[in-house]
Design a protein around this ligand. Structure first.
Ligand code: PNS
Length: 138
């Protein structure tokens, strides 16, 4: 479909099947999909950056046009540095919308050439979140 590089940024703490579902969908839409883990979040993560990168690498090993990376600072600056034209984000339910809208509008203000593309994960993952997974395993 769309040719070019897209970035899928997030905390991925930990990556879930919902994230993987979105990565698979996104990998079919873009020439290259870069899954980018935020290095220094305000939140203290349960999994180290190295663990999250490794989990994502293992989960996406079969997807040849998916690359896993880490980034610092503003996402739009990172996207520019890798030549990404689009940002991919998932919206599960209406409760995600406000946060995603805020972020997308802020990113657009910062870099008007970068488009945010929202995708819906498969229905079985609509109520799955990293937070719930963390609660389950702690
Ligand atoms: O998985 P998350 O925690 O919802 O992902 C949020 C993330 C990492 C995409 C967002 O916090 C982000 O892009 N942070 C980098 C800093 C930035 O660019 N902020 C301005 C946009 S609001």
């Amino acid at each position: 479909m769309n040719k070019g590089i897209a970035v899928y940024p997030g905390s991925f703490d930990p990556p879930t099947n919902g994230h993987l579902d979105l990565i698979e969908r996104g990998s079919k839409m873009f020439e290259q999909l870069v899954v980018a883990v935020l290095r220094n979040s305000e939140k203290t993560p349960m999994f180290s950056l190295a663990e999250r990168l490794e989990m994502l690498r293992q989960l996406t090993a079969e997807l040849t046009n998916v690359r896993i990376d880490a980034f610092d600072g503003l996402m739009v600056e990172y996207a520019k540095s890798i030549g990404a034209m689009c940002v991919l984000r998932g919206i599960r339910a209406i409760s995600d919308y406000e946060y995603e809208l805020q972020m997308a509008l802020m990113n657009r203000k910062l870099e008007p050439r970068l488009e945010t593309v929202f995708m819906l994960p498969g229905q079985p993952y609509s109520y799955l979140s990293s937070k719930l997974v963390r609660e389950k395993i702690s």
